[in-house]
Design a protein around this ligand. Structure first.
Ligand SMILES: [Zn+2]
Length: 909
């Protein structure tokens, strides 16, 4: 399968794994008992709290002291927790996982008692028993030790160039691997942390250092007490880091004090932090201006982590990132710079959404992730008004519609019934659909009213917790244009039910009236077993065009079907989603489509994108055939907007990869080349600083080289790949010899053309490099090898120490996605799943079911289902992910069946 498809799949997989820091977790079957014999008998039998802990035992403050020596396999700690106990108790529960507790003391009314600690559930529920009844305020002190985690969550180690470092990733429920505590977001308390590290190491946590003393080769670093925080936002890091002390962000009208800013990277990489540090002030300023309140914490550190499961994590005052998002300089591609800005703005937005106001429980994680997604685009739009950032938000909303068309799609606010649900809550629905729906309501209420609602909500709940109702209440109260009950009903209709609305529009005219008839249902594609009847309270904006004029009209569709009489003359065209402000697809009669397409030059880019999304929807639901879609393609390809010009590629690739037999592939290549003839001449192959041009160039080169397989282009790319990697010369990377936007494609093509010798060369380059970008490119390209023996060798890297945990998918996915290697990889996967899981955080285990999405036939679907049947319950998040994968195969099969004849006919013409 062409690399473009693989790359887009990889992108979606990475997104699924959690591009933004918002990685959650759940736990393994094991019971760890205290090192000391438990002194307590007479243990009352009661129900172990597997979800939320009871309300009658509440943490008030933590003092943590951890000794972290990354050279060792274990760390040790002392946790002292002040707790309020309501009523009299001889035992209570909290969280801790894989922790070996030593001394346990309970101090109540001035007396100290020896207690016991026992992990009573594999998810990390711990029972504390006391020899005497406890009540009121008590202090729990636990001395413990625990192993560094091996799969990128909890407190874990990373080794690079012979140096050892320790980092943490606690969201959602992995703080319990690092210290015992009440590991739920609603328990917000101050934390006073002390880290004891080797003398030459740097220690980092959420607040500024207040003292540092050394003795016996060790350094004890105390940090200022935090404001009230939940466990999942605590962070520690230790190692011989490069620390870049950046200039404080100066005080502003909103923030009366300067803000200390530092960048942290492993030794030797600090100089690559300048670009990211420099860009921080504009984003912080934009966010402070939006919220009208200062950045809420005492300092800001940004840390580049060499091996990291998510994309980034918004820990208070100590945000962690994959290196690829933070380490680069001015010469990086426009795409990488933009990606950094979006992720950085997302994590900084979390310092308010999530950190300052925290969801009371994981069912409201959308209050973090949907908001941070939406806010990142809004903040960047404020910081760089010419950057078209809000359009990216629209793209993400359109992109998630396919996933939202599944019967198994989650709703934005999904009940959390198990740790599976915590795991699957961090998906495209929460991020992209949630962001798009917020954008819809921002548009519906008006930006000013919407912002007032956000500010009032922040003010009421700062340093505390909140729920969806709290937010919606403020939004409704802030609206000056809509009745509160309409806002509440409309918002909840998008929040509390899954699926993508389909708006059917019909229109007719009398002399001075345009009659608009709207009908709503849930959109499902071909092959779906979903029930279409579903109703939203839906803000709908239409644009009606006549001659050189156009009028925008907004309506509220609150019934299944409604008619509206609009005054005015008969329009030449109507777009049923003006400015693409609404989260829905639309359909209409062929005549209305023709009128709209004939006036496509009158729609703005956002409207064109919404229109394309709806056309794609019509093709996927069988309402549009191949010939019709292909007849529209030239008009789209001619567009100067890259989003529009490249939009037919997705369906073209589907035809090529899934529908065409070998004989037809060549005919398709010819047609695709004809469609895009001349387009690449305009961009050429040279690097460009213009981001839109670069995006067009990247998409064109990948499509023309890998799907249309243009021989001349492929030959040029092979030369670029050789020069870039020093092939058959110095084996060094030569960044100046390649256009970074297309070098990935160049390497893939070179693997095809040059074979195993080039693959060996790429592996040597990849494994010899500590640069995450170079490693990702070369390793990803090497994984495109099709020769069976060499492919098997590449797959074995998934178990090698030479690759990082977060590179396992880089080698696995291209292999399972390519037709030539799919079967062998599937067999290998089945044989080795346990070893693969060892390298993935447990919270991500359920996502390995996505290997099944490589298939588009029912025989293989049955095989995938049978293979996972026995083990799916043990894979966190597995049941829903598997259901989505199997449903995706149904849809693929139905789409091929429906459109195959149409493609054959079109090719015969
Ligand atoms: Zn996030």
């Amino acid at each position: 399968m062409p690399k473009a498809v693989i790359r887009s799949l990889l992108v979606s997989i990475i997104l699924v794994v959690g591009l933004y820091g918002c990685q959650q977790d759940a736990e393994t079957p094991q019971t760890v008992k205290s090192d000391e014999p438990a002194p307590v008998t007479n243990k009352a039998k009661d129900k172990i709290p597997l979800g939320q802990l009871p309300d009658d035992v509440w943490p008030l403050a933590y003092e943590l002291e951890l000794t972290i020596i990354p050279e060792l396999d274990e760390f040790s700690g002392k946790a002292a927790i002040d707790i309020e106990i309501n009523g009299s108790k001889d035992h209570f529960y909290l969280h801790g996982k894989g922790i070996f507790a030593g001394k346990v003391h309970l101090i109540n009314e001035g007396e100290s008692h020896v207690g016991s600690y026992e992990q009573v559930d594999p998810s990390g529920v711990v029972r504390i028993d006391s020899p005497v009844p406890l009540q009121g305020r008590i202090r729990l002190e636990i001395e413990y030790h625990a192993p560094f985690n091996q799969a990128l969550h909890g407190l874990y180690k990373v080794t690079e160039s012979g140096k050892h470092y320790a980092f943490t990733q606690f969201e959602a429920i992995s703080a319990r691997l690092a210290f015992p505590g009440f590991d739920e977001p609603r328990f917000k308390t101050p934390f006073s942390t002390t880290l004891v590290v080797p003398e030459n190491h740097v220690a980092i946590s959420n607040t500024p250092e207040i003292s540092s003393t050394t003795a016996g080769g060790m350094k004890e670093v105390r940090f200022a007490p935090t404001k009230p925080l939940p466990t999942y936002l605590i962070a520690f890091a230790a190692g011989d880091f490069d620390v870049v002390e950046w200039a404080d962000l100066p005080a502003t009208e909103i923030r009366q004090r300067p803000l200390p800013l530092r960048g942290v990277a492993v030794k030797g990489k600090g100089h690559q932090l300048d670009y990211a540090l420099k860009g921080t002030e504009a984003i912080v300023t934009a966010l402070e201006s939006y919220f009208g309140t200062p950045y809420p914490w005492a300092k800001l550190d940004i840390l580049a982590v060499p091996d990291f499961a998510a994309g980034a994590m918004e820990n208070v005052g100590a945000i962690t990132y994959r290196e690829t998002l933070l380490l680069f300089d001015e010469t990086a591609t426009p795409s990488r710079k933009r990606r950094y800005k979006m992720v950085h703005a997302h994590e900084l937005a979390h310092q308010w959404f999530g950190n300052l106001v925290t969801p009371a429980w994981w069912n409201d994680i959308w209050l973090n992730e949907s908001f941070a997604t939406w806010m990142a685009h809004v903040a960047m739009d404020m910081a760089e008004p010419d950057g078209n950032y809000r359009r990216d938000l629209l793209s993400r909303g359109l992109g998630v519609m396919a996933g939202d068309s599944l019967v198994n799609a989650r709703q934005i606010r999904q009940p959390i019934l198990s740790n599976n649900d915590i795991s699957t809550a961090f998906d495209g629905i929460t991020y992209a659909k949630g962001g798009a729906v917020l954008s819809t309501f921002e548009s519906f209420l008006g930006r000013e009213d919407f912002r007032r609602g956000v500010r009032n909500y922040m003010e009421e709940f700062q340093y505390g917790t909140a729920t969806a109702d709290d937010f919606i209440r403020h939004l409704a109260a802030a609206s000056t244009s809509q009745p509160a009950e309409v806002v509440i009903s409309a918002f909840n209709s998008f929040l509390e039910q899954p699926g993508l609305p389909l708006l059917e529009m019909a229109s007719d005219c009398t002399d001075d009236t345009v009659n608009i008839h709207l009908k709503q249902s849930r959109y499902f594609p071909l092959g779906s077993k979903g029930e279409q009847a579903q109703q939203w309270t839906m803000p709908v904006c239409l644009r009606l065009g006549q001659a050189d004029e156009s009028i925008k009209t907004c309506l509220l569709l609150s019934e299944n079907e409604q008619s509206f009489a609009l005054p005015g003359a008969c329009p030449d065209w109507i777009i049923p989603n003006a400015d693409s402000a609404g989260y829905y697809r639309f359909s209409m009669s062929e005549d209305d489509w023709s009128s709209l397409l004939n006036h496509s030059d009158r729609q703005n880019t956002n409207e064109m994108m919404a229109m394309l999304g709806s056309l794609t929807g019509a093709f996927n639901s069988g309402d549009l055939d191949v010939a019709s879609l292909m007849s529209i393609a030239p008009q789209l390809i001619a567009s100067p907007d890259w989003q529009v010009a490249t939009s037919p590629m997705g369906q073209m690739r589907f035809m090529y990869d899934r529908m065409a037999d070998e004989g037809q592939k060549h005919a398709l290549e010819q047609r695709f080349n004809a469609f895009y003839a001349g387009k690449l001449d305009a961009t050429g192959l040279q690097a460009t600083a213009d981001r839109d041009q670069a995006r067009l160039q990247g998409a064109l080169v990948t499509f023309l080289a890998e799907t249309a397989r243009q021989p001349e282009l492929r030959a040029e790319l092979v030369e670029m790949a050789k020069a870039y990697t020093g092939y058959e010369s110095d084996k060094q990377i030569h960044p100046e010899a390649a256009n970074p936007i297309i070098v990935g494609t160049a390497l893939d093509v070179a693997v095809d053309e040059l074979g195993n010798h080039f693959v060996d060369h790429l592996l040597q380059v990849a494994l010899g490099s500590t640069d995450a970008v170079v490693r990702g490119r070369t390793l990803g390209a090497a994984a495109n090898v099709k020769d069976p023996a060499k492919a098997a060798e590449v797959l074995q890297l998934a178990f090698s120490d030479e690759i990082r945990d977060n590179e396992v998918f880089t080698v696995l996915y291209p292999q399972v996605m390519m037709q030539e290697t799919r079967e062998a990889t599937w067999s290998w996967f089945q044989e080795n799943i346990d070893r693969i899981l060892e390298r993935i955080p447990e919270s991500g285990w359920g996502r390995v079911t996505f290997v099944g999405s490589a298939f588009c036939n029912t025989t293989k679907q049955a095989e995938v289902e049978a293979f996972f049947a026995d083990r799916i319950e043990s894979l966190t998040g597995g049941p829903r992910n598997l259901a989505k994968t199997l449903e995706g195969i149904d849809l693929c099969v139905a789409k091929v069946q429906h459109h195959k004849d149409g493609m054959d006919t079109w090719l015969g013409q």
